[in-house]
Design a protein around this ligand. Structure first.
Ligand code: CDP
Length: 218
Protein backbone atom coordinates (compact mmCIF):
# COMPACT_ATOMS: atom_id res chain seq x y z
CA UNK A 1 0.00 0.00 0.00
CA UNK A 2 0.98 3.61 0.24
CA UNK A 3 2.31 4.46 -3.21
CA UNK A 4 -0.09 7.28 -3.94
CA UNK A 5 -0.81 8.35 -0.37
CA UNK A 6 -0.60 12.07 0.39
CA UNK A 7 -0.18 12.82 4.10
CA UNK A 8 0.26 16.35 5.43
CA UNK A 9 1.82 17.20 8.77
CA UNK A 10 1.47 20.85 9.74
CA UNK A 11 2.18 22.58 13.01
CA UNK A 12 4.22 25.16 14.90
CA UNK A 13 8.01 25.44 15.13
CA UNK A 14 9.82 22.58 16.82
CA UNK A 15 6.82 20.26 17.21
CA UNK A 16 8.94 17.45 15.76
CA UNK A 17 7.25 17.50 12.38
CA UNK A 18 10.32 16.70 10.29
CA UNK A 19 11.53 13.83 12.50
CA UNK A 20 8.05 12.35 12.63
CA UNK A 21 7.31 12.95 8.93
CA UNK A 22 10.56 11.21 7.89
CA UNK A 23 9.71 8.18 10.01
CA UNK A 24 6.18 7.97 8.61
CA UNK A 25 7.46 8.32 5.03
CA UNK A 26 10.05 5.57 5.54
CA UNK A 27 7.49 3.29 7.15
CA UNK A 28 4.96 3.74 4.34
CA UNK A 29 7.50 3.83 1.51
CA UNK A 30 6.54 7.26 0.13
CA UNK A 31 8.79 10.31 -0.44
CA UNK A 32 9.21 12.98 2.22
CA UNK A 33 8.89 16.72 1.55
CA UNK A 34 10.34 19.26 3.98
CA UNK A 35 8.58 22.42 2.78
CA UNK A 36 10.23 24.55 5.48
CA UNK A 37 13.61 23.83 3.85
CA UNK A 38 12.40 25.60 0.70
CA UNK A 39 11.45 28.75 2.66
CA UNK A 40 14.73 28.54 4.53
CA UNK A 41 16.71 28.25 1.28
CA UNK A 42 14.95 31.30 -0.18
CA UNK A 43 15.69 33.21 3.04
CA UNK A 44 19.35 32.15 2.90
CA UNK A 45 19.62 33.44 -0.65
CA UNK A 46 17.80 36.75 -0.08
CA UNK A 47 19.85 37.57 3.04
CA UNK A 48 23.08 37.00 1.14
CA UNK A 49 21.83 39.07 -1.76
CA UNK A 50 20.73 41.85 0.62
CA UNK A 51 17.15 41.76 -0.66
CA UNK A 52 14.69 42.72 2.10
CA UNK A 53 11.54 40.80 2.99
CA UNK A 54 9.01 42.95 1.19
CA UNK A 55 7.13 42.62 -2.08
CA UNK A 56 9.31 44.31 -4.71
CA UNK A 57 10.43 43.98 -8.31
CA UNK A 58 13.91 43.04 -7.10
CA UNK A 59 12.56 40.22 -4.97
CA UNK A 60 10.35 39.01 -7.80
CA UNK A 61 13.26 38.99 -10.24
CA UNK A 62 15.45 37.15 -7.73
CA UNK A 63 12.74 34.52 -7.22
CA UNK A 64 12.46 34.10 -10.98
CA UNK A 65 16.17 33.43 -11.38
CA UNK A 66 16.50 31.10 -8.42
CA UNK A 67 17.03 27.42 -9.16
CA UNK A 68 15.86 25.43 -6.14
CA UNK A 69 16.48 21.70 -6.24
CA UNK A 70 15.26 19.23 -3.70
CA UNK A 71 17.92 16.56 -3.39
CA UNK A 72 17.98 13.26 -1.58
CA UNK A 73 19.71 14.74 1.43
CA UNK A 74 18.51 18.31 1.43
CA UNK A 75 18.23 21.30 -0.85
CA UNK A 76 20.41 23.27 -3.21
CA UNK A 77 20.19 26.83 -4.51
CA UNK A 78 21.67 27.50 -7.95
CA UNK A 79 23.65 24.28 -7.66
CA UNK A 80 25.04 24.92 -4.18
CA UNK A 81 24.05 22.57 -1.37
CA UNK A 82 22.73 24.76 1.46
CA UNK A 83 21.24 22.02 3.64
CA UNK A 84 23.45 22.90 6.62
CA UNK A 85 23.39 26.68 6.35
CA UNK A 86 19.62 26.86 6.33
CA UNK A 87 19.49 25.48 9.91
CA UNK A 88 21.51 28.37 11.35
CA UNK A 89 19.89 30.67 13.96
CA UNK A 90 20.13 33.57 11.52
CA UNK A 91 17.72 31.80 9.21
CA UNK A 92 15.38 30.90 12.11
CA UNK A 93 15.25 34.57 12.94
CA UNK A 94 14.53 35.82 9.42
CA UNK A 95 12.52 33.11 7.70
CA UNK A 96 9.00 34.11 8.81
CA UNK A 97 8.92 37.57 7.18
CA UNK A 98 10.05 36.11 3.83
CA UNK A 99 7.63 33.21 4.02
CA UNK A 100 4.74 35.56 4.76
CA UNK A 101 5.06 37.10 1.28
CA UNK A 102 2.53 36.03 -1.32
CA UNK A 103 5.01 36.15 -4.21
CA UNK A 104 7.37 33.90 -2.29
CA UNK A 105 4.62 31.38 -1.53
CA UNK A 106 3.22 31.41 -5.05
CA UNK A 107 6.65 30.93 -6.59
CA UNK A 108 7.09 27.53 -4.93
CA UNK A 109 3.60 26.07 -5.16
CA UNK A 110 4.57 24.24 -8.36
CA UNK A 111 7.71 22.62 -6.92
CA UNK A 112 5.78 21.46 -3.87
CA UNK A 113 2.91 19.96 -5.84
CA UNK A 114 5.32 18.23 -8.23
CA UNK A 115 6.90 16.49 -5.24
CA UNK A 116 3.53 15.03 -4.32
CA UNK A 117 2.60 13.45 -7.60
CA UNK A 118 3.61 9.91 -6.56
CA UNK A 119 2.46 10.25 -2.98
CA UNK A 120 4.21 12.20 -0.25
CA UNK A 121 4.48 12.86 3.45
CA UNK A 122 4.83 16.65 3.53
CA UNK A 123 5.53 18.79 6.56
CA UNK A 124 5.11 22.52 6.99
CA UNK A 125 2.52 25.13 7.88
CA UNK A 126 0.04 25.03 4.99
CA UNK A 127 0.44 21.55 3.52
CA UNK A 128 -3.13 20.50 4.39
CA UNK A 129 -4.76 23.92 3.99
CA UNK A 130 -3.22 25.17 0.71
CA UNK A 131 -0.69 22.92 -1.01
CA UNK A 132 -2.47 19.56 -0.80
CA UNK A 133 -6.09 20.38 0.06
CA UNK A 134 -7.16 16.90 -1.13
CA UNK A 135 -4.65 15.01 1.01
CA UNK A 136 -5.68 11.54 2.20
CA UNK A 137 -4.70 12.29 5.78
CA UNK A 138 -4.07 15.66 7.45
CA UNK A 139 -2.27 15.91 10.76
CA UNK A 140 -1.74 18.98 12.94
CA UNK A 141 1.21 18.16 15.19
CA UNK A 142 1.71 20.42 18.15
CA UNK A 143 3.25 20.54 21.63
CA UNK A 144 3.64 23.11 24.41
CA UNK A 145 5.99 25.95 23.47
CA UNK A 146 8.34 25.11 26.38
CA UNK A 147 8.65 21.51 25.22
CA UNK A 148 9.23 22.59 21.62
CA UNK A 149 11.94 25.04 22.68
CA UNK A 150 13.56 22.32 24.79
CA UNK A 151 13.65 19.99 21.78
CA UNK A 152 15.19 22.68 19.56
CA UNK A 153 17.73 23.44 22.30
CA UNK A 154 18.69 19.78 22.63
CA UNK A 155 18.96 19.44 18.84
CA UNK A 156 21.47 22.33 18.76
CA UNK A 157 23.50 21.00 21.69
CA UNK A 158 23.61 17.54 20.11
CA UNK A 159 25.07 19.14 16.96
CA UNK A 160 27.84 20.66 19.13
CA UNK A 161 26.48 24.19 18.80
CA UNK A 162 25.97 26.68 21.61
CA UNK A 163 22.37 27.47 22.48
CA UNK A 164 20.40 29.57 24.93
CA UNK A 165 17.09 28.03 26.00
CA UNK A 166 15.46 31.36 26.89
CA UNK A 167 16.34 32.86 23.54
CA UNK A 168 15.10 29.81 21.65
CA UNK A 169 11.79 29.90 23.54
CA UNK A 170 11.37 33.56 22.68
CA UNK A 171 12.10 32.89 18.99
CA UNK A 172 9.81 29.88 18.80
CA UNK A 173 6.98 32.03 20.23
CA UNK A 174 7.73 34.94 17.91
CA UNK A 175 7.79 32.68 14.84
CA UNK A 176 4.50 30.98 15.79
CA UNK A 177 2.89 34.37 16.30
CA UNK A 178 4.10 35.55 12.91
CA UNK A 179 3.15 32.35 11.09
CA UNK A 180 -0.34 32.24 12.65
CA UNK A 181 -1.19 35.86 12.02
CA UNK A 182 0.01 36.38 8.47
CA UNK A 183 -2.54 37.00 5.76
CA UNK A 184 -1.39 34.40 3.23
CA UNK A 185 -1.61 30.74 4.22
CA UNK A 186 -1.55 31.28 7.99
CA UNK A 187 -0.65 28.40 10.26
CA UNK A 188 -3.88 26.78 11.41
CA UNK A 189 -5.32 23.28 11.62
CA UNK A 190 -6.88 22.20 8.30
CA UNK A 191 -10.50 21.17 8.20
CA UNK A 192 -10.84 17.44 8.87
CA UNK A 193 -7.35 17.20 10.32
CA UNK A 194 -6.35 15.03 13.24
CA UNK A 195 -4.71 17.09 15.99
CA UNK A 196 -1.88 15.32 17.81
CA UNK A 197 -0.39 16.95 20.89
CA UNK A 198 3.06 15.45 21.26
CA UNK A 199 4.05 17.21 24.50
CA UNK A 200 4.10 13.84 26.26
CA UNK A 201 5.06 11.71 23.26
CA UNK A 202 8.38 10.90 21.68
CA UNK A 203 8.88 10.94 17.91
CA UNK A 204 8.40 7.17 17.56
CA UNK A 205 5.07 7.31 19.37
CA UNK A 206 3.81 10.22 17.27
CA UNK A 207 5.01 8.53 14.06
CA UNK A 208 3.35 5.24 14.88
CA UNK A 209 0.07 6.99 15.72
CA UNK A 210 0.14 8.59 12.26
CA UNK A 211 1.18 5.41 10.47
CA UNK A 212 -1.71 3.56 12.09
CA UNK A 213 -4.14 6.25 10.99
CA UNK A 214 -2.74 6.00 7.44
CA UNK A 215 -3.09 2.21 7.43
CA UNK A 216 -6.65 2.45 8.67
CA UNK A 217 -7.54 4.42 5.53
CA UNK A 218 -7.55 1.08 3.79
O1 CDP B 1 11.57 23.11 11.80
P1 CDP B 1 10.72 24.30 12.14
O2 CDP B 1 9.33 23.93 12.50
O3 CDP B 1 11.37 25.20 13.13
O4 CDP B 1 10.64 25.20 10.85
P2 CDP B 1 10.46 24.83 9.33
O5 CDP B 1 9.40 23.80 9.13
O6 CDP B 1 11.80 24.58 8.74
O7 CDP B 1 9.88 26.22 8.76
C1 CDP B 1 10.59 27.42 8.88
C2 CDP B 1 9.66 28.58 8.58
O8 CDP B 1 9.25 28.53 7.21
C3 CDP B 1 8.37 28.65 9.38
O9 CDP B 1 8.52 29.34 10.62
C4 CDP B 1 7.43 29.40 8.43
O10 CDP B 1 7.59 30.79 8.53
C5 CDP B 1 7.91 28.97 7.06
N1 CDP B 1 7.09 27.90 6.46
C6 CDP B 1 5.91 28.27 5.84
O11 CDP B 1 5.55 29.44 5.86
N2 CDP B 1 5.16 27.34 5.21
C7 CDP B 1 5.54 26.06 5.19
N3 CDP B 1 4.79 25.18 4.55
C8 CDP B 1 6.73 25.64 5.84
C9 CDP B 1 7.49 26.59 6.48
Amino acid sequence: MGKELVITIDGPAGAGKSTVAKKVAAELGVPYLDSGAIYRAITWYMLRAGIPAEESGVLEAALGSLLLEITKNGISVNGRDVSKEIRMPEIDKNVSPYSALKIVRNSILGIQRAQGKNGVVADGRDMGTVVYPDADLKIFLTADAEERAKRRYEERIAKGETADYGQILEQVRARDEYDMNRETAPLRPAENCVIIDSTQMNADEAASAITQLARSLG
